[in-house]
Design a protein around this ligand. Structure first.
Ligand code: UD1
Ligand code: MG
Length: 451
């Protein structure tokens, strides 16, 4: 089957008015990835690599997003919405290139799996002219019903065109259709608009093909493959299903999730085995976590790399460009941005570290911050390996703290500190014996006089 050439046409022209959004529907995200990109990657995983995207509403924005997530896709504009067959024919030039299999999928069904796509392709490889992914549901209203005879599909009847008896059928069109490439244009061109909506229905090709004596079959897939998103409640439902799947995959791959239902992954989160993720952790895009690392409760990570055996949190925020080397520790209420925390280095409490390189085994005291921004530009802080930065230090960048240097707590450090040096950057303490007592008495007397 893999030798067969395949074109995937993804319909993404819909307006999605029920999303109540300024953004085109297919750009709404599941696990940080626009829904159409879930579909393009499932298609790619099923070897259905040549992708034609049919755009309409918000075409420019969708094309821009496609350049990021499906750069090899070609685009076709469906300027007017006249039905699903009309939308497919917007990609006529792609179909004319000649493929063994032509697949049609909807850009708003983000949980369509590569297995379901492979299932449809397998039926085409066996000689079917049309193969439709069906699913069973006890609430079929709104879906096209699959009408079968002797194990073959004879028609798909849309809700509005169905007889009461046909409406009782619980086997529905899941929105993925495979068409033998040699028959595709002939079938699509034969579709008319003689139906309740006056649209060109893609689903009509089933009846057209069956009448011509071509072989038309249905596969059966799980409901979520067909879950079309029309509003934000359905978006959240799809997100929930996606997250549940990924949590399970993570656990089966050796990651401990103590309360899996409270951990949220992005589409590209990578976690090695024996890592532990405590409750209430959110992974934004671009995070990888090494083996044996422990992400404590209530952390937020985004575009960050956590090395093996690191400790993060509880309550830590790793922002884009945070890189923690092996066994590094970032503790509670710390924020790390665009910084490398060296092997075994520690930033245990209440720190902001931005645009910095913290050397191996350095220790950053509680409340230490990098002053990396002057309102115009960002500057770099370097802390050498083994350095000890006392609590509540302000590191005014650009600044370099040498190897094994020592910074007294409470310092504002604005000049470089050489290797092995001790730096104080604070006012000297003065202590006045008995002065507190005198002060209290004077204040109390003044208050009594005022009454
Ligand atoms: C369609 C199917 C129905 C199936 C259901 C599954 C048809 C005629 N009906 O119905 O059998 O059970 O999906 O969810 O195909 N689109 C365009 N341009 C158009 C029309 C639609 O790009 O002119 C896109 C939409 O954006 C959407 C998809 O095609 O992504 C399906 O269209 P929609 O209007 O949702 O069809 P349904 O009535 O749900
Ligand atoms: Mg729909």
């Amino acid at each position: 089957m893999s030798q067969r050439t395949c074109l995937s046409i993804i319909l993404a022209a819909g307006e999605g008015t029920r999303m109540k959004s300024a953004m085109p529907k297919v750009l709404h995200e599941i696990a940080g990835l626009p829904m159409f990109a879930h579909v393009t990657s499932a298609a790619a995983a099923a070897g259905a690599g040549d992708i034609a995207l049919v755009v309409g509403h918000g075409a420019d924005e969708v094309v821009k997003a496609a350049a990021v997530h499906a750069p090899s896709a070609t685009h076709f504009l469906q300027a007017e919405r006249k039905g699903t067959a009309h939308a497919v024919l917007a990609a006529r030039a792609a179909i004319e290139r000649g493929y063994d299999d032509v697949l049609v999928m909807f850009g708003d069904t983000p949980l369509l799996s590569s297995e379901a796509i492979s299932g449809v392709r397998a039926r085409l490889a066996e000689g079917a002219a049309v193969a439709v992914m069906g699913f069973r549901t006890d609430k079929p209203a709104g879906y096209g019903r699959l009408i079968e005879k002797d194990g073959l599909l004879t028609a798909i009847r849309e809700e509005k065109d169905a007889s009461p008896q046909e409406r009782g059928i619980d086997f529905c069109n899941g929105g993925l259709m495979g068409i033998a490439g040699h028959a595709a244009l002939v079938l699509l061109d034969a579709v008319g608009t003689n139906n309740a909506k006056g649209e060109y229905y893609l689903t009509d090709i089933v009846e057209i093909a069956a009448r011509q004596g071509l072989r038309v079959v249905a596969t059966e897939a799980a409901f979520e493959n067909a879950l079309g998103i029309n509003n934000r409640a359905e978006l959240a439902e799809a997100e929930g299903i996606w997250q549940a799947r990924r949590r399970r995959e993570m656990m089966l791959a050796g990651v401990t999730l103590i309360a899996p239902e409270t951990v949220f992954f992005a589409y590209d989160t990578k976690i090695a085995s024996d890592a532990i993720v405590e409750p209430n952790v959110f992974f934004g895009q671009g995070v990888s976590v090494g083996e044996g690392a422990n992400i404590h409760a209530f952390c937020h990570l985004e575009e960050a790399t956590v090395g093996p055996f690191c400790e993060v949190g509880p309550y830590a925020r790793l922002r884009p460009g945070a890189t923690l080397k092996k066994k590094a520790k970032v503790g509670n209420f710390c924020e790390i941005k665009k910084s490398e925390i060296g092997e075994g280095a520690k930033v245990p409490h209440l720190s902001y570290i931005g645009d910095a390189f913290i050397g191996a085994k350095a220790n950053i005291g509680a409340g230490t911050i990098t002053c990396n921004y002057d309102g115009y530009s960002k500057f770099i802080t370097e802390v050498g390996p083994g350095a000890f930065v006392g609590s509540n230090t302000s590191l005014v960048a650009p600044i370099r703290i040498g190897r094994d240097a020592y910074i007294a707590s409470g310092s504002v450090v604005s000049e470089d500190v050489p290797d092995d040096a001790l730096a104080f950057g604070r006012a000297r303490q003065t202590t006045k014996p008995g002065r507190a007592k005198e002060l209290r008495e004077a204040r109390a007397a003044a208050k009594a006089r005022a009454k």
